[in-house]
Design a protein around this ligand. Structure first.
Ligand code: FUB
Length: 326
């Protein structure tokens, strides 16, 4: 489906938009891309972000005024920081806002931190230590209808999830191949104070129509960029397939899954990465994502986009073309 798209913030390079409606206003929590000194590689060394800004939209996502609220978190203010402040997400509870972020520590291991503010636009004050038991990247927080908060995370290759099994670090990474089951994302319920995990993270299985996990060589398997939205009482788990450059989705009956694979949301965009979020605004649904077209395809300098997303009468998401001239 060819869909009208809007570049949201041409003034700067930003990516990985996590989007929520707080107090009747749309807030975007993106990564803040900067020019990298390193060469591009499979470890993601080209993504060297050091701070993040919060954006908001007044009114309709396709036309509303976008405001940059300035720097909301800086790596220099995080006591355990090494490098690479990647994809964040934000949740509200009892009038406080909790910003969850992945960041490498001084041993170059991705951990997750949380920073707190009284306002959705920050600034956010980081907790002194990473969340206990946290690892890997790409955070999404679901505030479920029963009042619980679930944090989804995980990413392959530079996202380091292949270094873990059963939430324990391995001696050396294991990346499944061929017909082996693909590596899953993770889901964990947050503690009541929103500052820690309330349980051991659980694997998020994406399965085929026979209930079998998608294979490691399936171009539709999970790679990174977990997001969950609810539609007609179902949980829609969507994600990037990384090296096959798709956004795909699967549907389940509870926050932990399993989720049954359904199809492609977005075909490849300009640039290596694809990463997104999905929200409802005044009865319509929107896909926020990024591409690297404005930077001429430099995949570490990405630009935020938005377009409408349509669920069919049977709840299926209509596939959107990633390239605007297709
Ligand atoms: O922005 C750095 C990384 O690139 C993200 O964590 C991935 O999802 C990919 O977009």
């Amino acid at each position: 489906m060819k869909t009208e798209k809007r570049y949201l913030f041409p003034e700067d390079y930003m990516a990985d938009p996590s989007v929520h409606v707080f107090n009747g206003r749309i807030y975007i929590y993106p990564s803040h891309d900067i020019q990298a000194e390193n060469v591009e590689n499979d470890n993601g060394d080209q993504y060297v972000m050091r701070d993040m800004h919060v954006l908001s939209i007044d009114g309709d996502p396709m036309t509303g005024l976008v405001t940059d609220h300035g720097k909301a978190l800086d790596i220099d203010d995080i006591p355990w920081a090494g490098r690479q402040l990647w994809d964040c997400d934000c949740a509200e509870k009892d009038g406080k806002y909790y910003l969850y972020f992945p960041l490498k520590d001084r041993n170059d291991i991705f951990r997750m931190g949380v920073a707190v503010s009284d306002r959705p636009e920050g600034p956010f004050i980081p907790q002194p230590d990473p969340i206990r038991g946290s690892y890997s990247i790409d955070i999404c927080v679901l505030h479920d209808d029963d009042g619980e908060y679930y944090l989804y995370f995980g990413g392959l290759w530079g996202g380091q999830i292949q270094r873990y099994r059963d939430n324990k670090a391995l001696e050396s990474a294991i990346l499944p191949e061929g017909s082996e089951p693909s590596l899953p994302s993770r889901c964990v319920r947050l503690s009541k104070d929103m500052l820690q995990f309330d349980e051991e993270p659980r694997p998020v299985q994406v399965v085929d129509e026979n209930g079998l996990p998608l294979r490691a060589d399936d171009p539709h398997r999970f790679f990174e960029a977990s997001w969950v939205h609810k539609y007609n009482g179902k949980y829609y788990f969507s994600y990037s397939t990384g090296d096959s450059h798709l956004l795909c989705y699967a549907v389940g009956d509870n926050p932990y899954g399993p989720f049954v694979y359904q199809g492609v949301i977005l075909t490849p965009v300009v640039g290596w990465t694809t990463h997104h979020s999905i929200i409802e605004w005044k009865g319509k649904w929107y896909l926020f994502h990024h591409d690297a077209a404005p930077s001429g395809g430099r995949s570490w300098l990405r630009s935020l986009k938005v377009c409408e997303l349509v669920h069919d009468a049977d709840g299926k998401i209509q596939t959107i073309e990633g390239l605007d001239n297709e």
